[in-house]
Design a protein around this ligand. Sequence first.
Ligand code: NAP
Length: 292
Amino acid sequence: MAPIGLGAMPMSWPDMVEQRDRALDTITAALDAGCRHIDTSNAYAPDRHSVGHNEALVAEALRAWSGDAGDVVVATKGGLVNTDAVPDRDGSAAGLRRACEASLIALDTDRIDLYYLHRADPTHPFVAQVEHLEALRADGLIGAIGLSNISVEQLDAAMRVAPISAVQNEYSPRFREGAEVLTATADAGIAFLPWSPFGGGDQANELGSRYAPFAEVAGEHGVSVYQVCLAWLLDLGEHVIPIPGSTRRRTIEDSLAAWSLELTDEQRAALDATEPEGTSQYPDDMEVGPIR
Ligand SMILES: NC(=O)c1ccc[n+]([C@@H]2O[C@H](COP(=O)([O-])OP(=O)(O)OC[C@H]3O[C@@H](n4cnc5c(N)ncnc54)[C@H](OP(=O)(O)O)[C@@H]3O)[C@@H](O)[C@H]2O)c1
């Protein structure tokens, strides 16, 4: 099984709405190539009226796939209503349960394998939001709890009230603020899923030009700069599962091939030495409310 997932988010950008067949083909190609983890969210939708768009795509592809869909971990998220809605968070018990129930329908399942708090709602204590997810788990609606966009302090507090299986924070050559959480998850035996591993959909094509050592190492191996980036991320720890976004068969097949790419110590050191650009793609979204 490839320790690389598929980030399904870009398949719900407005320009993909008319390209449903291409999106379904991308998911199928990922599964056929050995990908067994798909990352989605109720909020991945072309507009606020299409909440669940991305989840429904994933469900449709899995229903049509010839393999065993039961082997595939589908992770989705709640708590972020939709990026263009105001207010855009709802971490209340009722709001998270409503979101989870809608995701169960969109994903066409009785139980969500992995359910994340997408972004904490700063108007509610963070720990209470984790307890709401634990209630969903106790009721059998979700199999495991994930947290996204959190700090080490939030992780510590969360682990005291519920079993946490995965953390998803931004981490890429551009943004490495997640390094402390990456270490904390390794220590706690929790999976770490770096999101936007190439710096995000609108920047991914600049990876090689912005980070010359990544392009140089790619040249040495005769592979794409994207494979080098994913191999670099995988080397951060056995608990790391990158989730590159993709909207075409060619790109996800290329990304999944990074699994077999071995970097030398010298190459890894050159990649580590590149300078990140900043702390976050979405600094305004990282507002942290009370923890307890
Ligand atoms: N938890 C959160 O708050 C959060 C936030 C953002 C993202 N995410 C998750 O993280 C996932 C990945 O992030 P992202 O989609 O924003 O950005 P990304 O993975 O950094 O970049 C995605 C872009 O990279 C291109 N690409 C991927 N593999 C490639 C390859 N091998 N060769 C050439 N181009 C390649 C894709 O192009 P094509 O479109 O041409 O295939 C796509 O447009 C999302 O899909 C989502 O699941 C989570």
